[in-house]
Design a binder for this molecule. Structure first.
Ligand code: SF4
Ligand code: SF4
Length: 233
């Protein structure tokens, strides 16, 4: 049997998509695989994320000024990479998109995700300053990835500054209270309209904290989704 090629991810990392994992579809738990929709004709899933500030710098430099610049930049970058690395091969980008892909479940399998009190994933290297950016089905077989689990930093966090920093007391006892958080964020001139004070208080991976404009962009978007969901003006 010929050896599988290793994943050529350097240019993706250079473009800010610096967290990468390749799954054999046959190895995915059925529940997780189901979230990908119809996978007929594909044998692997590429999961891409970003950690730290590089991606936002690249998005700014790209000049993309759409409603969803990070997604648009990511899709453009991934399509370019696929055209170079897998010309003529079938692929389907299942995220970003309408498919409800189980990103956190995939992140757990990759060793990236540990739950924090404020419900954003954390790991010991990046803290909470990383996110899932793309999931791509491909008709190709790269060599397998092995999970790299750096552990859950919350387990050793004695002072839990995230919990005390939350002005809505929405993390009391280390349990996230969605209603308290949402209600506080929706208040006029809320200090959490454009960022999460709890997230910013976490010292883990602080050197990777997003630039203020990226934080504001992401949280403005999540607040708009919250308003839309609650049918508020
Ligand atoms: S401050 Fe401590 S408990 Fe909170 S997310 Fe960071 S490591 Fe976890
Ligand atoms: S967004 Fe604000 S209210 Fe919600 S968890 Fe973060 S600090 Fe607390």
């Amino acid at each position: 049997m010929s050896e599988r090629p290793s994943f050529p991810g350097d240019s993706l990392a250079e473009a800010g998509l610096n967290r990468q994992f390749v799954f054999d579809l046959d190895d995915l738990p059925a529940k997780v695989r189901q979230t990908l929709g119809d996978t007929t004709g594909f044998c692997q899933l590429i999961l891409l994320g970003h950690g730290g500030r590089r991606l936002w710098e690249c998005v700014q430099a790209s000049g993309i000024a759409s409603e969803h610049p990070i997604d648009d930049y990511t899709v453009r970058t991934v399509e370019c990479w696929l055209a170079t690395q897998l010309p003529g091969r079938a692929y389907r980008i299942v995220y970003p998109g309408d498919q409800p892909v189980g990103l956190q479940a995939l992140g757990k399998l990759a060793g990236w995700h540990h739950t924090s009190p404020f419900m954003v994933g954390v790991d010991a290297e990046w803290g909470s300053w990383y996110a899932y950016r793309a999931a791509v089905l491909v008709d190709f077989q790269f060599s397998a990835f092995f999970p790299v689990d750096r552990g859950n930093p919350c387990l050793d966090c004695a002072t839990t500054p995230c919990i005390t920093a939350c002005p809505a007391d929405a993390l009391a006892g280390g349990v996230f209270n969605l209603q308290a958080c949402s209600g506080f964020r929706l208040q006029p001139a809320s200090p959490c309209a454009e960022g999460c004070l709890a997230r910013q208080a976490c010292p883990v991976g602080a050197e990777h904290r997003y630039e203020a404009t990226q934080i504001a962009h992401s949280y403005r978007r999540s607040l708009a989704m919250l308003r839309h969901y609650l049918n508020q003006p």
